[in-house]
Structures are given as C-alpha cells and as structure tokens.
Design a protein around this ligand. Sequence first.
Ligand code: NAI
Ligand code: MG
Length: 353
Amino acid sequence: MASYSIAVIPGDGIGKEVVPESIRVVEAAARKYSFDVRWTHFDWSCETYRKTGRMMPEDGLRQLEKFDAILLGAVGHPDVPDHVSLWGLLIPIRRTFRQYVNLRPVRLLNGVTSPLRDYPPGQIDFCVVRENNEGEYSDVGGRLYSGTDDEMALQQTVFTRKGVMRILRYAFELAAKRNRHVTSATKSNGIIYTMPFWDECFRAVAKEYPQVKSDQYHIDILTAQFVRHPDWFDVVVGSNLFGDILSDLGPAVVGSIGIAPSANLNPERQFPSMFEPVHGSAPDIAGKGVANPIGQIWSAAMMLEHLGQSGAAKAIEAAFEAVLAARKELTPDLGGTATTKSLGAAITDALNQ
Ligand code: NAI
Ligand code: MG
C-alpha cells in the first residue's frame, strides 16, 4: 500500500480551522483509494514567533526536508508585521525547496455565483502560473539616511535566465496538456530592463512549442481583461509580483477567495512541494468557525495529484463540486449559513458515497 508522510503547518487564524477539514477529506479519500497518509503536525506560526522570537526553529527546513509534501494553512497575525511572518516561514520554504512554480487554478464551479453572472459554470477555467523564487520579491536592496529628509529605499528586481526560462517552460508544458494557450503578463513599456528580458525569453520558449498559442498583455490591461473576458485564458504566466496580484484577482472573478487553491511546486521533485490555499489567516473571521474550507481541501487534492493519487484527487474535486451544486451546505462567503465543520463533513459524506 502506498504511504505518504506529510508535514502539516496549520499556522494562524482560520488556517487552524480549515486544515483539519482538509485532513478529514484526505483520510476519507485514502480509505477509499487504499493508500496511507502519516501526518506530522508543526505549530509554527505567529504565536510561536511571539513565544520564541522565530516563526520556525533554526533547523526547521531540515526537519521539513524529509517529508513527501507540506500542507500549509496560512500565517499572519495583526500583532506581527506581515513581512516577519512571510520571510520567517513561507519564503524560506519556497526558496530553499526550489518551489519555483506557484500554480493557481481558477474555475467557475457549479453552484457558485460569479460577479460575472452571465458565464455558465465551466466556461471560466484557467491557471495562473506564478514565478515563486525570484523577481520583484528579492532581498537585494537597502535603506539610506533613515529618519532624515534624505531618506531613501531601494529594492532590486532579480530576473535570472535560468529562473525565467524554467517558469515559462513549465507554463507551456502545462498548456500543452490543457487548452494549448499561454498568456504572458508583462510591463515592458514601463519597466525597461527586466521586462523586455522576460519578453525575449517568452518568445524563445514559445518557439519551442509551436502547437501552443501564445500572447502577451501589459499587466494593467490584463487585470481588466480578467474581469471583462475571463474565458479568453488557459494558462497565464507572470513574475512573482504580477502572478501574486493575478492569482487573487482570478478567484475573486469566480466567486470567493475561500475556494482558491495553490501549489508551490518543485517540479524536479528534489525537495518536498507545499500546498496551501490562496487566502490568508483572515483575522476578521478567525475563531468564528465560518471560514470556507474548500480552498484548503482543493489544495490537499492538488497534493494528492502531485503524489500520484490522481483518482483520489479527482474524487475530492467531484465531492466539493457536488456539495456546491446542491447549494445546501454553503459558508457565509458563498451566501449560506454553514460552518467550516458542517461543509467539511458534507464533502466527506459526498466522497464516501
Ligand atoms: P485574507 O485572505 O486573510 O482575507 C481577505 C478577506 O477574505 C477577508 O475578508 C477574509 O475574511 C476573507 N476570506 C479569506 N479566506 C476566507 C475563507 N476561507 N472563507 C471565507 N472568507 C475568507 O487576506 P488579508 O486580510 O490580506 O491577510 C490577513 C493575514 O493573512 C495577513 O497577516 C497576511 O499577511 C496573511 N496572509 C497570509 C498568506 C499565506 O499564509 N499564504 C496569504 C495572504 C495573506
Ligand atoms: Mg497573495
């Protein structure tokens, strides 16, 4: 029997509420598809930071390295600056484990009303592929003359040929398996060194995939087209910053950020990959038990797909789609009165049927 060891980091806020529901659903899938999952829990979070001064122990990355995958909720607390929680946990994991692909599917599901009400379910179905290791989120820079009139802040964007080519190739490979269309997010009119370099790499990789259609938009109009014509897209690839913005906009277009999943992938499988919902710790609703667990559950399904349990992954997706379509057990973000637990239980029941 196949067996997987998973590191679980629920984190803060609603992360602690939605992660148990995703475990419950994966356990049901494991029984049905005859595989075994061993979970190891880590309490690394802003709470840990307030007690120990660190988001994770000094050897945290070494502890994670031996797992098959990492399932993460969300980190962030109003009392801890966001750059501390992000750079103390998430970014070191993404970088050390070379999780250079951040894959974020956007799909309009049956039973969910999009603000773009004229689209039928299924017609909006694309993926955002975000570069996850370099780009605008670099720690190259500095501040000078702090607290004076001459104060200045500089931050460098880092685009390496290796880093740009591998994310573009990932996007084209993915499109070749889907609807054969890649869109690049650029801004080579305003950002005149790094973005023309990105465009050159994009044209070079597009030539390697003549069967895949390619086009590019400047990020500003691309955000408008996400709202006006979300059905135009199949795979949208962007740098770290552009991909980050597009992957919050995409889920908003299809109804709720509470549904949106993501995978931080190390495609070479040299290191564990990490699976987490797009949303954060949502302090505004934390502790109320009403967070939508579907983003977390869908992320866990992406984890099973990555581990080779494709049947179980598809069954989990079918289960939450069926529950959504029935419109009986919806959390408040989807216009219902269900709780995190009752929606998680309904999805588990649907899976067991
Ligand atoms: P957020 O995603 O936590 O919340 C944005 C809005 O969406 C809130 O109104 C929230 O109630 C709602 N929402 C989010 N997830 C939901 C769910 N599952 N069900 C129902 N409603 C949901 O983003 P925000 O407010 O910008 O950040 C809050 C904290 O989370 C910050 O500390 C931030 O740094 C952190 N964060 C962490 C991320 C991560 O761990 N990957 C990602 C994004 C933010
Ligand atoms: Mg984001």
